[in-house]
Design a protein around this ligand. Structure first.
Ligand code: CUA
Length: 340
């Protein structure tokens, strides 16, 4: 009966592994598969060591237990050269068996593992609490949805704009930190098939760390090229001149759309086509936890601190002086800003 709460906790932990799109146990690409291989190796070794140590402990407890009529302290042994050597050499061998494939895999996943000259370069920048993706070869920037062609190697360069974050797409690869020291981390992965893969920040970075989500959207080569072209197209501004003026004066002080605005906050080009608003409000009312993009944008713009506490965006009403109606109409305009 005492074990019951323990089993319940263990069950809940295992249930968390059930989410297919956020599980390292269901790798969807070569990088994640090699990480899982390492985990399996380490766990196998641990199980063997555990079984041997527990068996010896059980044997010793039974074999040398105090027997009836036995009094006083039994014969004591101090030091054994043979045993000292044995329990130094065995762990050393285990460490080598673990270290060689681990180091090899880490180096293989670094930079550009296939040596593919055509790997697509993506610069990832962590921000409290959103992700910026820059494609230097195409001269474009986007946020929250990382669009990649399926089957192609993506060579990442990772930095942060503020604190330590960690870029993690569990089904595609291991975690990699974005360092505030100025050091750039490099690694690569590919998504073998088209689909949407969930990503998370895996390093505690502030009150909204848990909401620092992003999506990796793997598309066909053609779709990828179309997306690049659409990103490069001139900005689409609100049709109403008064609203366009407000949008330019207020929103474009930090954000960019197309060829206009600044890259302080997330790039908003084609935001209506994204998988989510702010990374966590899912844009799809066909999903149980989703809602139409327009509704999500209104939720966000009317209460950014409620959605993502501690985020750095000024409040549209309090700080920028926008009316509720203006906020609604900007949400509608952004929802309609689609790339196709
Ligand atoms: Cu960024 Cu946690």
């Amino acid at each position: 009966r005492r074990l019951l709460p323990l089993i319940a906790v263990f069950g809940m932990v295992l249930a968390g592994c059930g989410r297919e799109d956020l599980s390292v146990l269901r790798p969807q690409g070569p990088a994640a598969e090699s990480s899982l291989g390492l985990m399996k190796l380490a766990i196998s070794i641990m199980i063997v060591v555990l079984l041997i140590v527990f068996s010896i402990a059980a044997y010793v407890m039974i074999r040398f237990r105090r027997k009836p009529g036995q009094n006083g302290i039994p014969e004591q042994t101090h030091g054994s050269f043979k045993l000292e050597v044995l329990w130094t050499v065995i762990p050393l061998i285990l460490v080598i068996v673990l270290a060689v494939p681990t180091v090899r895999t880490v180096f293989a996943l670094g930079d550009n593992h296939s040596g593919d000259k055509n790997a697509i370069k993506v610069k990832v920048t962590g921000h409290q609490y959103w992700w910026e993706f820059e494609y230097p070869d195409y001269g474009i920037k986007t946020a929250q949805d990382l669009i990649i062609p399926a089957g192609k190697d993506i060579a990442f360069e990772l930095t942060t704009n503020d604190v330590l974050h960690s870029f993690w797409v569990p089904s595609l690869s291991g975690k990699i930190d974005t360092n505030p020291t100025g050091a750039t981390n490099r690694f690569s992965f590919s998504a073998p098939k088209e689909g949407v893969f969930r990503g998370k920040c895996a390093e505690l970075c502030g009150p909204s760390h848990g909401f620092m989500e992003f999506k990796v959207k793997a598309v066909s080569n053609d779709e990828f090229n179309q997306w690049i072209e659409a990103q490069k197209a001139p900005a689409v501004l609100p049709e109403d001149p008064a609203l366009a003026k407000t949008f330019k004066e207020q929103c474009l002080k930090c954000h960019a759309v197309g060829d206009q605005g600044l890259s302080v906050g997330p790039n908003l080009t084609g935001i209506g086509s994204r998988e989510s608003v702010a990374g966590i409000l899912l844009n799809d009312d066909t999903r149980q936890d989703g809602a139409p993009v327009e509704e999500n944008l209104k939720t966000w713009l009317h209460d950014t601190q409620g959605v993502k506490p501690g985020n750095l965006m000024p409040d549209p009403k309090q700080d920028m002086g926008l009316s509720d109606d203006e906020i609604d109409r900007i949400a509608e305009y952004l929802a309609g800003y689609k790339l196709n």
